[in-house]
Design a protein around this ligand. Structure first.
Ligand code: GDP
Length: 199
């Protein structure tokens, strides 16, 4: 699929505001500052695509990026950066309730891309996300972002341990190294998206 064709469609605070539950979508999640916006920009080859997700007020919304004019076919879904330090407790509680429901009930959702900073992988909120996906029977693929920050040896060792620890929660979870800076892993991430979206 041509990820460069992704365009912003809308922001939602409730699943009811999302496009009709038809076609195929893949959701992106990650702790704030994990590199989620940079990963979306790298995968879609657009410097500014995820800028909307950084707009004050929209960091705590679900942002929808269809891959074509017709939003009914294939979409990338940018979930709110969980653990966002500045979010009020009421907003955090809202997403603690909404996200597992979305992962569980959204028929068009094919998989979750979970972005983790390779220097701080598998925090409590990442484990929470994996637990929800396991409960929902939803496939998960982890991008260990900012892989350029570690040498090759340490990056490889971290990848092995994250695979092991993620599979302890969600046995089908897969993982790869990723860097939006060097573009390491961008093609692998796109192949994973193709697997999920080209049905
Ligand atoms: P988000 O909050 O998860 O959307 O994270 P951002 O994409 O805004 O990235 C957070 C910070 O990490 C920014 O300062 C980025 O420049 C930096 N960053 C993101 N991806 C990479 C990467 O691949 N390599 C390096 N070195 N820094 C990155």
């Amino acid at each position: 699929l041509d990820y460069r064709r992704a365009q912003f469609l809308l922001s939602a605070v409730e699943p009811a505001q999302l496009p009709a539950d038809r076609g195929d979508e893949v959701a992106f999640a990650g702790r704030s500052n994990a590199g989620k916006s940079s990963a979306l920009n790298a995968i879609t080859d657009q410097k500014q695509l995820a800028r909307v997700s950084k707009t004050p007020g929209r960091t705590q919304q679900i942002n929808v990026f269809p891959l074509a004019e017709d939003a009914a076919t294939a979409r990338l879904i940018d979930l709110p950066g969980f653990g966002y330090a500045k979010a009020p407790a009421s907003v955090r509680e809202h997403w603690q309730r909404i996200l597992p429901q979305y992962l569980e009930n959204r028929q068009s959702l094919r998989g979750l891309i979970l972005i983790m900073d390779i220097r701080h992988p598998l925090g409590p909120l990442d484990s929470q996300m994996l637990t929800w996906c396991e409960a929902a029977g939803l496939p998960v693929h982890v991008l260990l972002s900012k892989a350029d920050k570690l040498g090759r040896g340490r990056a490889g060792n971290t990848l092995q341990s994250v695979r092991r620890d993620a599979r302890a929660i969600c046995p089908a979870a897969t993982a790869q190294l990723f860097s939006s800076q060097t573009r390491q892993g961008v093609d692998d991430a796109r192949r994973q998206l193709d697997d999920w979206l080209q049905t």
